[in-house]
Design a protein. Structure first.
Length: 258
């Protein structure tokens, strides 16, 4: 039985770990290296680190921090934030990351996807798509940390980045970010059926049943979340957590429902 990867997404503002709601009001929640150590102990499948202000500030995620993460992490991890050229990708991979995550510059510089996937292999190149649903029910793509809408059909864009060589696609709902009330299954399913590369669902997970829904109904290949892994309880106390392999097997194999 295939078990989907379950991936904590850790947001960075500079070198601090933050959490957002609908991509707004980043709240400091701790030190990323401490989080890595805890996720090591909890045996997380993989980690994703995204510097949310890097593109807007026209800078690259801290290579020093990437190296620190690489020295500590027992699991594979991907890194995103302000990546704009192939030399930066090389530096990030040399610093210890297994994958780079392109978002704003995947749209602005599509040749970067093609060049980097050819040079480093498509398995190292992930494109993240941030979407928001309009009042008319249409999904719009946003770049620069959700601050700028771009005019392109999401299905057309997904096929384009797949054809350019992206090895995986993250679909992240701005509307669902930090809400913990479930994924946007409609857009996850649409993209999962549109492309042949793995689709990673992100935005909205609040419990393990939401994982099951995104996997079975949304047909996501992997399941990513932020708040679920860093908060605990109704008051959202900061507590790094991760489901055990037993819990995940019960969820996906033994058919726990909710």
């Amino acid at each position: 039985m295939f078990l989907p990867r379950v991936i904590p997404v850790l947001l960075l503002k500079g070198k601090g770990l933050v959490k957002t709601v609908k991509f707004k009001n980043p709240t400091y929640i701790g030190d990323p290296i401490n989080a890595v150590r805890i996720f090591n102990d909890l045996k997380a499948d993989e980690l994703i680190f995204l510097d949310i202000t890097a593109s807007k500030e026209k800078r690259l995620i801290s290579l020093e921090l990437v190296k620190e993460i690489g020295d500590e992490a027992f699991m594979p991890f991907g890194v995103g934030g302000g990546i704009s050229n192939i030399h930066q990708i090389e530096d990030i991979l040399k610093a210890g990351a297994e994958k780079v995550i392109l978002n704003t510059n995947a749209f602005l510089k599509p040749k970067l996807i093609k060049e980097s996937s050819k040079y480093f292999g498509s398995q190292s190149i992930v494109v993240s798509i941030d979407v928001k649903k309009s009042i008319f029910g249409k999904y719009d793509i946003y770049i620069f940390d959700g601050s700028k809408k771009v005019k392109i059909d999401i299905g057309e864009y997904a096929k384009k980045i797949e054809d350019l060589g992206a090895g995986e696609i993250i679909i992240n709902s701005i509307d669902k970010d930090g809400m913990m009330n479930g994924y946007d299954l409609e857009i996850i399913k649409f993209l999962s059926e549109k492309v042949n590369v793995p689709v990673i669902a992100c935005g909205g997970a609040g419990n393990l049943i939401h994982f099951k829904q995104a996997f079975e109904k949304g047909k996501a290949h992997s399941l990513a979340a932020g708040s679920l892994f860093v908060y605990h309880g109704a008051r959202k106390a900061v507590l790094i957590n991760y489901p055990t392999k037993k819990e995940l097997k019960e969820l996906f194999i033994n058919g726990i429902t909710g």
